[in-house]
Design a protein around this ligand. Structure first.
Ligand code: SAM
Length: 504
């Protein structure tokens, strides 16, 4: 099998024409498999997939070749791949011929209303080992970064583009997208995918780290970087040029100089946890003094012993038990040598500010992937910028609203024959799921925040109801109110009233 994928626009047009001719798209695939989706295209469901594509139609052959990864006869291939001659498909290195059978060298999968070329996933059950420069398909981390929203207006950067999916999505709204990758193979695939999907505002560049964008600035940076902490296991798609989590640190420490004022960065990340430092302190150290507001959310942490197997599981094809044990030992020892007790996985959102140091808020609960997290980040960052200009008097004059995703939860325990409220918390169910314990009287006041009356008016009402001193009460309330604004439990009216586009 050759190693280069074609960059000949004429050939790529021919490939697209063949796939369009059989209406090879997500809708057709879902229809073909009676409602099942690509998620079910795993090795376990191969018998089912083959059965469903046994009709011999040209669409069956295309699905077998590019989605399932199984071979078809030469005559079926000629029928399905035409009008472009089979020889040209072979010269393009998209398919190979073995005797009377044709097999695809890569996958082409309908994704996000596009067709995306990438290397075959292990789930296709192929026998050849994964290449060191394997170009991965749409992984869980890819879906997650996309679900965070790929905000893109103006100039956007996709760092570590792989097959180019994130760049292609950003290209729908950005004026110009730059996509970079250290892997020549990934660059070829991403360029192929821009041509296959007729996207002309993505500039794919080869290079290490931020070298290909030296001296440039972007309105948005999105990255699903190779964040895996491992001994050098040889896979470029998951391990960068560092021993531990220095790539994530590198991105954070260099981001500001590549972002325009108010520019944003969204990224997936893993980071090391050592006994000397909490993860929150690690992030605070990386961000220290940076002109960046930051939201970091940890979704889970794998202890040292569980982390290697999480990744090795998918590499174990064809391994003997001894190989597997040796690889596991090397990985476990690598983490031990770096004093890593566990590895956290999470997401990061940054927003460039003027040259003053930014704010960091950390979250530890799972993200609600159905929520419009991008809007949540945008509002919260805008709110922080405004909050910085507000003294206590401004907080008291502010009108606030409880966003619809925030509710009040109370827990009661049975005591002496009756329910007794033991805990009240504000819980936000959108963006980052989080909660904060709250006192009953403040909870009452938060509930009154309807965007119409100021905090001072509400505080006076509360003082009357509690028969408390109004001045002392409002003074006591300000720090909590400020904190609720910082965490997004309360929205400042100025932010609430403005369309998102203006806040970006
Ligand atoms: C996890 S993959 C992400 C691919 C794609 N963006 C996605 O989300 O599916 C990370 C990508 O970063 C690239 N990469 C690895 N080391 C790099 C480096 N030092 N500089 C730039 N890119 C790098 C890999 O080749 C790979 O394509």
């Amino acid at each position: 099998m050759g190693t280069h994928v074609t960059n000949d626009a004429h050939d790529i047009d021919g490939i697209r024409a063949a796939l369009d001719a059989v209406k090879y798209n997500s809708e057709t695939i879902v229809h073909h498999f009676g409602g099942s989706t690509q998620a079910e295209m795993s090795v376990d469901s191969k018998p089912y997939l083959l059965r469903k594509t046994s009709g011999g139609s040209t669409l069956d052959s295309i699905i077998r070749l590019f989605a399932i990864g199984s071979s078809v006869s030469v005559s079926d291939a000629i029928r399905a791949l035409g009008p472009m001659p089979l020889e040209r498909w072979i010269n393009s290195n998209i398919v190979s011929r073995a005797g009377e059978q044709v097999i695809a060298n890569m996958c082409i999968i309908p994704q996000y209303d596009m067709l995306i070329l990438h290397d075959p996933p292990d789930s296709q059950g192929r026998s050849e080992p994964r290449r060191a420069d394997h170009v991965m398909g749409i992984a869980a981390s890819t879906k997650q970064i996309i679900s965070l929203g790929v905000p893109a207006t103006g100039r956007a950067l996709d760092f570590g583009t792989g097959c180019g999916i994130v760049a292609l999505l950003m290209a729908r709204s950005a004026t110009e997208v730059v996509a970079t990758d250290i892997s020549p193979r990934a660059v070829e695939f991403a360029r192929f995918n821009t041509l296959l999907n007729q996207v002309d505002n993505v500039d794919v560049r080869l290079g290490n780290l931020f070298e290909p964008i030296a001296g440039e600035r972007f309105d948005h940076i999105v990255s699903n970087p190779p964040f895996v902490i491992s001994p050098n296991d040889g896979f470029m798609y998951r391990r960068g040029p560092f021993e531990s989590d220095e790539l994530v640190q590198y991105i954070v420490e260099h981001a500001a100089k590549y972002l325009t004022p108010n520019g944003t960065l969204r990224m997936m990340a893993q980071w090391a946890n050592t006994p000397e430092q909490t993860w929150q302190d690690r992030w605070a150290a990386w961000l220290d003094g940076q002109p960046l507001d930051a939201i970091v959310s940890e979704h889970f942490a794998h202890p040292r012993h569980a982390y290697p197997q999480k990744w090795l599981k998918s590499d174990s094809r064809g391994h003997t038990t001894e190989d597997y044990q040796a690889a596991w030992n090397a990985w476990y020892d690598h983490l031990g040598a770096l004093n890593i007790e566990s590895v956290s996985t999470g997401i990061v959102a940054l927003s460039r500010r003027d040259n003053t140091a930014g704010r960091l808020e950390t979250f530890t609960e799972n993200i609600d992937t159905d929520a419009d997290t991008s809007a949540y980040f945008t509002r919260l960052f805008a709110q922080w910028k405004l909050l910085d200009t507000m003294d206590d008097e401004a907080i008291l004059r502010a009108r606030l609203r409880v966003p619809s995703e925030v509710d009040l939860e109370s827990v009661s325990v049975a005591a002496e024959g009756a329910w007794k409220v033991s805990d009240i918390a504000l819980r936000s169910q959108a963006g980052l799921v989080s909660f904060v314990r709250i006192d009953g009287p403040i909870a009452t006041l938060v509930g009154w925040c309807d965007g119409k009356r100021s905090v001072r008016e509400l505080s006076k009402r509360l003082a009357r109801e509690m028969t408390a001193n109004a001045v002392s009460l409002e003074r006591a309330l300000v720090p909590s109110i400020r904190r609720f604004i910082e965490r997004g439990y309360l929205l400042l009216e100025e932010i609430d009233q403005r369309p998102l586009e203006e806040l970006r």
